[in-house]
Design a protein around this ligand. Structure first.
Ligand code: MN
Length: 498
């Protein structure tokens, strides 16, 4: 499953007005809107197509346009702007049926007031300062989630905010009708990886269904020797292979087993049009190894993954990979593993037993084989590396019973303080924002999972946009978090979602 080409998707640029101003003014509104849409369409900051739509002036035109946006499978959202005043009762029936994400762009065609030439014609045309307020009111009155971006449309900062929103809309679009596959159930007795799959499908649009591990094993067993040879050649090219895994080496057969598992899983996922999957070490009947390098490489291709049956994180990893498509840096399944409580240098070591995506690697991964204390299978092959240093975040979706909560903690990844010669897994070290004690306390209070999606290329703002598209709770632990306010926020959110 390759990641989708974001340029195949579009957002519609929709300008509202009314018939009060006369044909000449409305023609200028159209021209200006077309120019803005065209600039966005060719902007290096905006990853999707931006399609200009002729100005809407009546309730019927508004309704028909929104109806068409809902039914256009390539349209992932609409950007609205009120160049003039567009009485907002005209928008009610259209907004009632809107099923796509909306960005309300609060801009103005002219950057500056034309001091020496401004006259009543200019005032007649350039009214967004109050036209957008009328439009904002009706959306607030209807309690509609949307992103508001204010500023001049040529300002790169404005275009970057549109980029963030458009990427969130792409992740959201990708979830609609998406299929996630579970090999085995959740790890026994684990709470946070559980959740309401029916509610998830209603709320998020993706389905999660289980498939017998035996069905997967049957596909793995059909993998041809020649396909394994080809993949081994690719492993040789892309990774530093441990001596025992090389041809003639003591564990060469284990590498072949790992390659066979990878190909079989890919075939299974492709045949079922799945966008991600989960597995569990408690259900591996017929498998020689727990998939390590297979899950790592499938994640790098764009599949969502969650360990121990964690389907919520698998789906989140997939959405975040779509959102980050084409950006430098990566997104990976992650787990908070071990702490470093050295005074003034507190750190979290994030890792998993095996499955960290090489898209976040800071160096060339080495391909190694080591024993695994769980699962009772043969030693699994895995890629070992350290992640790149720099700003990043962890995101987690938990099921609070009456709602889903998306929790984000901004972090700063650092280079390992010392070498980790005996640690046989991919890993990353980070400092949580705003500091270790506050960040970890807040995460625990919010019920955040030990599993997350770790992102090097997405922002908290984009994930908030995403949560608002989904209509779920969003909670941020960042630079400005303090525990007193944070606890209150959780209490108030509880009331707000009752
Ligand atoms: Mn885990």
């Amino acid at each position: 499953m390759q990641l989708p080409d974001l340029k195949k998707w579009s957002v519609w640029f929709v300008t509202g007005s009314q018939h009060l101003y006369g044909e000449e003014t409305l023609q200028q509104v159209d021209e200006h809107s077309a120019k803005i849409a065209d600039t966005f369409n060719t902007s290096k900051h905006i990853p999707v197509q931006v399609i200009f739509k002729p100005v809407v002036k009546t309730p019927e035109e508004i309704f028909n346009l929104i109806n068409a946006a809902n039914n256009d499978s390539n349209c992932i959202g609409i950007i609205t702007w009120m160049h003039t005043f567009s009485p907002a009762k005209m928008w009610i029936n259209g907004l009632k049926i809107l099923r796509k994400p909306m960005l309300h762009l609060h801009t103005q065609f002219n950057r500056d007031i034309p001091w020496s030439s401004i006259d009543m014609d200019f005032m007649n045309l350039n009214q967004s300062a109050h036209g957008d307020r009328e439009f904002g009111f009706i959306m607030s009155r209807m309690r509609m989630n949307r992103k508001v971006v204010a500023g001049h449309w040529q300002d790169p900062e404005v275009q970057k905010k549109i980029n963030i929103w458009a990427r969130a809309a792409a992740g959201w679009q990708d979830w609609q009708g998406a299929r996630f596959c579970r090999f085995g159930d959740n790890m026994r007795q684990v709470a946070v990886t559980e959740g309401d799959k029916v509610e998830a499908e209603i709320k998020f649009g993706y389905s999660v269904n289980t498939y017998g591990i035996g069905d997967l094993v049957a596909v793995i067993n059909k993998v041809k020797t020649s396909a394994i040879d080809e993949l081994i050649a690719l492993y040789n090219k892309e990774y530093k292979l441990a001596p025992s895994l090389k041809k003639g080496g003591r564990q060469y057969e284990s590498l072949r087993d790992a390659a066979k598992i990878e190909i079989g899983m890919r075939n299974f996922l492709e045949a079922g049009s799945f966008k991600g999957y989960t597995d569990t070490f408690e259900d591996l009947h017929g498998m020689k190894q727990l998939p390590g390098i297979a899950s790592q490489r499938l994640m790098a291709e764009g599949y969502g993954f969650g360990g121990e049956g964690d389907w919520k994180t698998s789906a989140l990893v997939r959405a975040m990979k779509v959102m980050g498509s084409g950006l430098p840096g990566g997104n990976s399944f992650m787990e908070d593993y071990t702490y470093h409580f050295e005074p003034k240098n507190n750190l979290v070591l994030g890792s998993h037993m095996l499955e960290i995506c090489p898209s976040i690697a800071g160096d060339k991964p080495s391909c190694e084989i080591h024993p695994l204390g769980i699962g009772g299978k043969e030693d699994p092959v895995r890629l070992v590396f350290s992640a790149k240093a720099g700003p990043a975040l962890n995101a987690s979706i938990v099921d609070m019973g009456n709602r889903f909560r998306l929790l984000v903690n901004e972090v700063e990844a650092v280079k390992p303080v010392k070498a980790l010669p005996k640690l046989p897994v991919a890993r990353v070290l980070w400092k949580p924002m705003p500091d270790m004690v506050t960040g970890c306390s807040a995460w625990i209070l919010a019920g955040g999972a030990h599993h997350t999606c770790y992102s090097q290329n997405l922002s908290a703002e984009g994930l908030q946009d995403f949560a608002e598209m989904a209509g779920i709770e969003f909670v941020l632990i960042g630079k400005n978090t303090n525990l007193y306010q944070f606890k209150n926020e959780l209490r108030w959110n509880d009331a707000s979602f009752k």
